[in-house]
Design a protein. Structure first.
Length: 302
């Protein structure tokens, strides 16, 4: 069973945590490691599920080998949330640079202040920008494969929020210039159907609506576009298919890894979420969602 960390007020190190702020930094004893606590928002009478989707997504990422933020379930003053560990790579001399800053420096006219509905946030622009930062052919290949890992993860968990501040690179200054590497995946709250509460799922079951997991997956819109003429972000599963057709070398390693994992193993992770932190209909719906995306992804190369 996943543990739940009870965050104490005297752990808070962010002086602006009071009021309407929904996230803040804490230092957890005894080692003083820095983590970011994020509240799960309330939607009507239900919690939005961002706490369990963050935790489950991080465990799924680890299972398939996609580097990602460490996440733990947590609560603060009786309210559910999650903790995300500060990246250990951010030592002296290393900085985190978000995608919007990188793209604004590489793509003429790119609007780094706009998070959503930005059609120039294309996969091709992301790849070309990352490629331009890498100093060696080996680093360029590694960067493309790392981005392919995030695309694969997003397709599997139906992450619809990979906007340009939800991916990053690490930058360090060296004698021969700046060195860059793709940062781990993070901020997966908007995934796995977490916004669907038990009442909504139960209403589908009572209405006899079949294949709602498949329907939900295929109607989803992501925050990465396939081309800049699109009016909406590309569906995460469709983005994976298109990326595999165009750049199979960056997707194939992840599909091969995924095919070696039993889907039951991934679905069993849902059973590790404690009662009270996810509703049973949500648990069952998310398992159906994962079985569908897994089947679609592992069938691409058949």
């Amino acid at each position: 069973m996943f543990k739940v960390i009870e965050v104490q007020e005297d752990w808070v190190v962010d002086e602006e945590w009071m009021g309407t702020k929904t996230k803040f930094w804490v230092s957890i004893p005894p080692d003083g490691e820095i983590w970011l606590f994020k509240h799960s928002r309330v939607s009507g009478e239900f919690f939005a599920g961002e706490h369990w989707s963050e935790k489950l997504a991080s465990e799924i990422a680890k299972a398939i080998g996609v580097p990602c933020a460490d996440v733990e379930l947590a609560c603060f003053n009786g309210q559910p949330g999650c903790l995300s560990r500060k990246f250990s790579q951010l030592a002296d001399g290393v900085e985190l640079v978000h995608g919007n800053e990188l793209l604004a420096g590489a793509i003429q006219g790119y609007d780094q202040a706009k998070n959503y509905g930005l059609s120039t946030h294309t996969l091709e622009n992301i790849l070309s920008t990352a490629d331009s930062l890498m100093m060696t052919p080996e680093a360029k290949v590694e960067a493309a494969i790392a981005i392919g890992g995030m695309v694969t993860l997003d397709a599997l968990i139906v992450n619809v929020d990979r906007h340009h501040e939800n991916w990053c690179v690490f930058r360090s200054r060296e004698q021969d210039g700046a060195k860059h590497s793709i940062g781990p995946s993070f901020d997966h709250a908007s995934s796995l159907g977490r916004e669907l509460n038990a009442a909504k799922i139960d209403s589908w079951l009572r209405s006899g609506l079949a294949n709602r997991g498949e329907w939900y997956v295929n109607k989803a819109r992501g925050a990465i576009y396939w081309n800049s003429s699109g009016s909406k972000g590309t569906n995460p599963l469709e983005l994976l298919r298109l990326a595999y057709g165009e750049w199979p070398e960056m997707i194939t390693p992840w599909l091969e890894r995924l095919s070696r994992i039993d889907i039951d193993e991934l679905c069993r992770l849902l059973d590790e979420i404690p009662a009270g932190y996810i509703e049973q209909p949500c648990r069952e719906f998310t398992a159906d969602l994962l079985r569908y995306t897994y089947r679609e992804l592992t069938g691409i190369r058949l």
